[in-house]
Design a protein. Sequence first.
Lengths: 168, 168, 168, 168
Amino acid sequence: MPAVQHIGVIGEETCSTRTAALARRVGAAVGHAGAVLLSGGRGGVMEAASRGAAEAGGVVVGILPGFRRQDANRWVTVPIVTGMDQARNVILVRSCDALIAVGGMYGTLSEIALALKLGIPVVGLGTWRLRQPQGRRVPIIRASTPEAAVRRAIRAARSARQAGGWLS
Amino acid sequence: MPAVQHIGVIGEETCSTRTAALARRVGAAVGHAGAVLLSGGRGGVMEAASRGAAEAGGVVVGILPGFRRQDANRWVTVPIVTGMDQARNVILVRSCDALIAVGGMYGTLSEIALALKLGIPVVGLGTWRLRQPQGRRVPIIRASTPEAAVRRAIRAARSARQAGGWLS
Amino acid sequence: MPAVQHIGVIGEETCSTRTAALARRVGAAVGHAGAVLLSGGRGGVMEAASRGAAEAGGVVVGILPGFRRQDANRWVTVPIVTGMDQARNVILVRSCDALIAVGGMYGTLSEIALALKLGIPVVGLGTWRLRQPQGRRVPIIRASTPEAAVRRAIRAARSARQAGGWLS
Amino acid sequence: MPAVQHIGVIGEETCSTRTAALARRVGAAVGHAGAVLLSGGRGGVMEAASRGAAEAGGVVVGILPGFRRQDANRWVTVPIVTGMDQARNVILVRSCDALIAVGGMYGTLSEIALALKLGIPVVGLGTWRLRQPQGRRVPIIRASTPEAAVRRAIRAARSARQAGGWLS
């Protein structure tokens, strides 16, 4: 039996309606794929993705920065209260098989970079384009639709797991 | 509609079969009450409680100290990978409406103390008995059976929420 | 050449003048011994100990729970800004060769318990008296004066280091 | 009296001798300026910067990812043992008035991004060049020599403090 996948969605706490619509479709596709959706549990991209996944009947984890469970958006079904502010991003990244970045600014960039460091696949939807200081490309997987982003995230997660030898 | 309760179970990673049996009954009662069970996600008391809750059809969260999701016991349905060793205990405590300590040594004591500091109710089943340096009693709620422990934890959590003004 | 010792002082953020006087003498003895003093960097016992050490010319580290260096008491010479609230206690404990608890309530108890779990010696000055659930005694080293507390902390730290095989 | 500045140096744990030489000069300039140098406390850029600062008589803080103080490079005078792996980067960034990135890969990028998010000035010496997803430039201050990098970091830190209203 294939293990349940854990897909993280990262992006800004305040975002345009267009970006929110994309994030909601990402969440819906994660939920329909039977994967668990994880996010920072707050507003904007996080809320839209949580909503999409919850409406699709999925489990929705929110790794909250603050001290109160009530800070979670209303679609989170499993709130985790870290009280660690930005350090919660590390927990979010580590808990995922793959991340999907929808837009995003510096916080999202720090999560993308952390995932790349830890060898966790990152799929980008309208997010940062990066080049290493030495000019080499950075292995962010590009997608042009939310549904393609989720497909690629799930495939990349499976490959990473197999490469890591812990497919269950 | 009453909010879902989040009940943490804390105790040692290695424990006697007697203690494990108690922890499993605690987990079962949490699951049957429709509450989410949280633990440190590893062996011993954590595994027995997770098993009880999972067998009762409940959601089982494991807040893991290490770097790999596979370190979770097999009953955990939502593994959170912190990579923060003991600091994960803070996240576990904060994420709960009430804690139930089953036996336990120093790690459990540090979690009990943290919960008391944060105003989160603690129910004890064969755990530490404490007296303040000034001789005052410490408000650990005693229970003599797993089922009573869970009933008291849920009641205390509800009261704490109402006192905190955030019953939803 | 013996390595510099790192001694932590833990206790309440608000305390009686009598307790503050004890903590200041602890800090002074740490400073005069040439050891680095570490604390949570805030008021009460932390501030008094920091003051004692700073007045004795010592290095004074404050592991702060919040987001601003200015939250440190004025005697801290090396402020560390964690932004992690209670989880900073784990960092404080881990960074010390030995801890001295001066009075203290639940926060202090959680730090004592964590140190005991990690095998870091704890010296108590008017602090918690504990007995394991099974009735065995808990190895908190008692002292009746601040100066004796520091002597015992330094001796215990040296033994723990040698036992751990990493005396430098 | 102006407050002591806290300058962080970030970069890879393994680096070329050329990069190490630059980092050592950065450390030396930080030490000569009377500022405290902070780093992740390990090898490569961190060690070279620590060495430069220590040789200049400065205070050298190492915010360590692991569990043992002995993991610090030999130039660290104040080791902080976090046991939190990558989450220690958040503590490092928060504890600095300004950061200087010397070269660097994904870990460095995550620290740069976090600093930008938190409004902490970043000076770059042969490090990442970034453009926001919307094409706007990212305010990394460029420097072409280690000495210029330190001058700019100190100046930027002073401005950021004044803007924040907490110059002491």
